[in-house]
Design a binder for this molecule. Structure first.
Ligand code: ZN
Length: 103
């Protein structure tokens, strides 16, 4: 009798985890679909952290930045600011002076 209950419990557990996995996979697929559609449309799937506007990808010095269509804010991924600074340092533009002159 205990074995039957154990089997039933195991079955319920497996069913629960199977359902959880299925839901997680479906959510991931939906996210990937949104990201693919946004990429095809030239926009980012992310929203502006400041105003919730749509972010559009824009290449600056080979670095893809995300510019908000609503407030005009420019957002960079990790390492992109450093890449921009290094590119500017090589050419000695205004952007690098902005970061190297403290006063
Ligand atoms: Zn914005």
């Amino acid at each position: 009798m205990a074995d039957i209950l154990d089997d039933r419990r195991k079955g319920l557990e497996e069913e629960y985890f199977h359902r959880q996995n299925k839901e997680a996979i479906e959510k991931l697929r939906e996210k990937m679909k949104v990201a693919e559609e946004a990429k095809a449309a030239g926009t980012s799937s992310m929203k502006c952290p400041r105003c919730d506007g749509a972010l559009r990808e824009r290449k600056v010095e080979e670095v893809s930045t995300n510019t908000c269509e609503k407030c005009g804010g420019v957002w960079l991924d990790s390492g992109e600011l450093e890449t921009l600074i290094n590119r500017e340092k090589e050419t000695g533009g205004w952007f690098s002076r902005l970061w190297t002159q403290a006063d």
